[in-house]
Unconditional design. Structure first.
Length: 334
């Protein structure tokens, strides 16, 4: 592996073939750790490198990262349990999403994973009951601005974010997996119907729907920020799950193209490689845009994907009105 790789491919190759990191020099280790931190994958890297004879200072850092990830796992599961208790009187099924779902289901994608907010999926018809129960249990609004509140409720795939006043932990309550302004409309009731029970009275998406959700988040909703972690999720899910019927399931949700791209990029970054199309190389260029200090690089590429993300989220006229409204606010309120 050496120390010559100067972008995110260094991190990708370390995760794919951990033993190759033993050839890194000091500068290579600095770059690898910086990139892993920047991509919120230090815990994942630490898990992958566990047991290897890495330099002493690196071993200590990785041990701390594993301990931090283990603590994060406990906090994430407790937050899920707190939400379950708060929503139990409503009788609404709670489907965990993203990192909390991975650790609750004991999946490889959850090993060492950094987990931030608690993301849950509930039926759209139950949003009022869920909102009321969470407010009663101590959550409060993060975005009190009337425009932001109205925008979330009318156009987004989730309620405005909530934070617990005592635990300072956020919850995102989804009723589908893409904004209502997006061109693609996944089958939200179908996601709920196919969900699977996990320990503790909670649920997760089916294995195929987890992959489709990851693909939607990557390629139909965002600008690929944090994309290396999300592609790693796809890689782990595909390696562990029975994905029979994935192609048909992705097509059912209108996300066949995005899911196929997620599989190709996961294989390219973390697997045995894949036959890529020309556009895939642009995505890889965006995903790996980090320097040896973990700083973002390739500003033109990043800007292009940022603009693309907004174009996907809403029609041009709506986008113009939204950006104009946000621009007119004081900087601290945008």
């Amino acid at each position: 592996m050496g120390g010559a790789v100067k972008d995110g491919w260094l991190l990708a190759r370390a995760l794919r073939t951990p033993g190759d990191t033993l050839a890194l020099d000091a500068a290579g280790w600095t770059a690898l750790i910086a990139m892993a931190r920047a991509e919120q994958m230090l815990g994942t890297l630490a898990h992958r490198l566990e047991g290897l004879a890495v330099p002493h200072t690196v071993a200590r850092l990785l041990a701390d990262a594993r301990a931090s990830a283990a603590q994060g796992r406990i906090l994430a599961l407790w937050e899920a349990e707190a939400a379950r208790r708060a929503l139990a009187p409503t009788g609404v099924p709670i489907v965990l999403l993203k990192g909390t779902a991975f650790v609750a289901a004991g999946l490889k994608a959850g090993e060492g994973r950094s987990i931030g907010d608690l993301d849950i999926l509930v039926p759209r018809a139950a949003l009022d009951a869920v909102e009321a129960a969470l407010l009663e249990a101590g959550w409060e609004w993060v975005k009190p601005d009337p425009y932001d509140d109205a925008y979330y409720r009318q156009w987004m795939h989730e309620l405005p974010p909530l934070i617990h006043r005592e635990r300072d932990r956020m919850i995102d309550v989804h009723h589908t997996i893409l904004p209502l302004t997006a061109r693609i409309r996944p089958d939200a009731p179908g996601l709920l119907a196919a969900s699977a029970a996990v320990e503790g009275g909670l649920r997760t998406l089916s294995a195929n729907d987890m992959i489709v959700h990851a693909a939607a988040h990557l390629f139909a909703d965002g600008d690929l920020a944090g994309g290396m972690r999300n592609v790693w999720d796809v890689h782990c899910l595909v390696a562990e799950a029975d994905i029979t019927g994935l192609t048909e399931r992705a097509a059912h949700h209108g996300l066949a193209r995005e899911t196929a791209r997620a599989l190709r990029l996961a294989a390219a970054l973390y697997g045995e490689g894949a036959r890529l199309n020309p556009a895939d190389h642009a995505y890889l260029r965006r995903l790996t845009a980090r320097d040896g200090w973990g700083r973002p690089t390739r500003p033109a590429t990043r800007l292009a994907f940022y603009v693309r993300s907004h174009w996907l989220r809403m029609p041009p006229a709506m986008l113009a009105r939204h950006l104009w409204t946000k621009w007119r606010k004081p900087i601290g309120q945008r």
